[in-house]
Design a protein around this ligand. Structure first.
Ligand SMILES: [Zn+2]
Length: 516
């Protein structure tokens, strides 16, 4: 390969500009320079969001077709992802740098030609067949969100090439997809920075490199503050230098335009988002298991009533409910007749969240009849994946949406941390209540595109109290100062520790032993 003509030299000499027509500036993205000029045939980049990886690879692609006379295939998860990217980035880059790409057609979205060399753009999930022509490099954008079988297929497209390039990059999802496998086989380069105080060179990791109190980045060893320039002044160091696959890991921890405060805020939200899009790591939580102690440890004999009531109702043949204050659960039970719910609405005037499935006729009746009543739908927020709960507006008023599996994660996490108290009688109802929680399992599922994610399932489908409690929990999020009051509540009112119940027996007996 003609190494004399470097891509960096090309950018400078030919005054290559960005898709916006601005000079390419690596001041805040020094970590992209090595990725840009790395011509290893196998490249893998696992990365956080919004660091410029797609544009970096587009520059490489354009340079390779022009100066190495390569044919290339560039894939995206779907055809519409492809169309958007080619329209807003690739075509703009070509148009902004006309002097270098004279004759390269921007009308044809899927196929571009320059001096008898081709670039194909293609979604992995597509109504039309995969590109069957051979290429020198296949580039996979958002590999973790692409059809995993299609990625395997494209491996065969470079067999006839001497270069056999396979480059992929993505926000990771969970472990063991193609990106993660390739990363594990790679030399695993991490951006290492040197602490100006103690001179120790280190990988920036969360939470070691974040001072939670001062809200600044700090050295993991001496805790001295790290400036934006310290973060800029890193270098790539391979953890496994003998590997022939070149791998890079990009995280927002060393993006100079991101503050420690932003990192802390993101770390307190949806964990899947935080891992995938901020840390650039797969999200593979350990077994978040649900057992009786999660509830018993939070049981308290104290009064936790306030003037505020929150009620969650799960709808099925039998209706289950969870009623409580902002401090925790006070009453649980089930009913058959809707009149019971009307009576509760009249007596407590609670914030109500009621299951809108399988039939929302009654849910709608309560939403229309009572102030502060909302019906719950499970949905993912595609526009803003970090949002787990959001409230409908306009004609969607009275509807609360939430991401089923992630909001369950969040609720169980709250319970495990002792933030939801239980001031309920220790009777058979509580025993049933606990049983429902004990049927919950978090499992990894793989969809037909080969993409993995975690979902909560009940082993028996008898999980009604789990969902009535989830709706109660969502109700508490709706008004009175967000989630923070839970923290306040537990600080002033520590739960009584009941202890491990290794002997499975009557809960009432056990409570009597502890609280005679
Ligand atoms: Zn230090």
């Amino acid at each position: 390969m003609n190494q004399e003509y470097s891509i960096l030299k090309w950018i400078v000499e030919k005054q290559i500009v960005s898709e916006k027509g601005e000079p390419l500036d690596f001041h805040d993205r020094p970590f992209l320079i090595d990725i840009l000029s790395d011509w290893n045939n196998e490249l893998v980049v696992k990365a956080c969001a919004q660091v410029g990886k797609s544009v970096t690879f587009t520059l490489k692609l354009l340079f390779a077709v022009k100066h190495f006379h390569f044919n290339l295939i560039y894939t995206f998860p779907t055809d519409s992802d492809m169309k958007e990217f080619v329209g807003t980035k690739v075509n703009k880059l070509i148009q902004s740098n006309k002097h270098e790409f004279q004759g390269m057609d921007t009308d044809n979205i899927e196929r571009k030609e320059l001096n008898d060399r081709f670039v194909y753009f293609k979604g992995t999930v597509s109504k039309t067949a995969a590109i069957s022509t051979s290429a020198d490099i296949v580039i996979h954008d958002e590999a973790s969100r692409s059809d995993q079988q299609a990625l395997e297929f494209y491996k065969s497209r470079t067999k006839a090439s001497w270069f056999k390039g396979r480059w992929m990059f993505s926000n990771p999802t969970t472990e063991r997809d193609v990106l993660d496998q390739q990363w594990k086989k790679s030399d695993q380069k991490e951006w290492m920075i040197t602490c100006p105080s103690c001179k120790i060179e280190q990988i920036m990791r969360f939470p070691d490199c974040v001072d939670m109190e001062k809200k600044v980045f700090c050295c993991s060893e001496c805790k001295g503050e790290l400036s934006d320039n310290d973060r800029r002044g890193g270098r790539w160091v391979a953890q496994y230098p003998d590997s022939e696959i070149s791998g890079y890991h990009l995280s927002l921890l060393f993006a100079p335009w991101i503050t420690a405060k932003e990192i802390i805020t993101d770390s307190e939200g949806d964990q899947e988002y935080f891992y995938n899009f901020v840390l650039g790591e797969p999200y593979s939580p350990g077994d978040l298991s649900v057992d009786r102690n999660m509830i018993l440890d939070n049981w308290t004999p104290k009064e936790i009533r306030t003037d505020n009531w929150f009620l969650g109702v799960d709808v099925g043949n039998v209706k289950n409910y969870t009623l409580g204050s902002e401090h925790g659960v006070i009453k649980v039970g089930k009913f058959n007749e809707w009149q019971v719910l009307d009576d509760m609405m009249a007596m407590y005037k609670p914030k109500l969240v009621i299951d809108a499935m399988p039939d929302n006729t009654m849910a709608k009746y309560y939403v229309d009849k009572y102030d502060g009543a909302e019906m719950s739908f499970f949905q993912e927020n595609n526009a803003n994946p970090q949002t787990l709960v959001w409230w409908g507006e306009g004609d969607k008023k009275g509807i609360v949406y939430s991401h089923r599996d992630r909001i369950l994660d969040q609720m169980f996490d709250y319970m495990i941390r002792g933030n939801m108290l239980f001031s309920v009688p220790t009777d058979k109802i509580l025993k049933d209540y606990i049983k429902h929680f004990e049927t919950m399992r978090r499992t990894k599922v793989v969809n037909n595109k080969g993409i993995e994610r975690y979902v909560w399932e009940s082993t028996t489908d008898v999980d009604h109290y789990v969902f009535s409690t989830l709706y109660y929990y969502i109700a508490t999020l709706s008004g009175v100062g967000e989630v923070d009051f839970f923290k306040e509540a537990t600080e002033n009112d520590k739960p009584v520790f009941i202890g491990n119940d290794n002997v499975v027996g009557d809960i009432s007996d056990m409570f009597n032993r502890v609280n005679p």
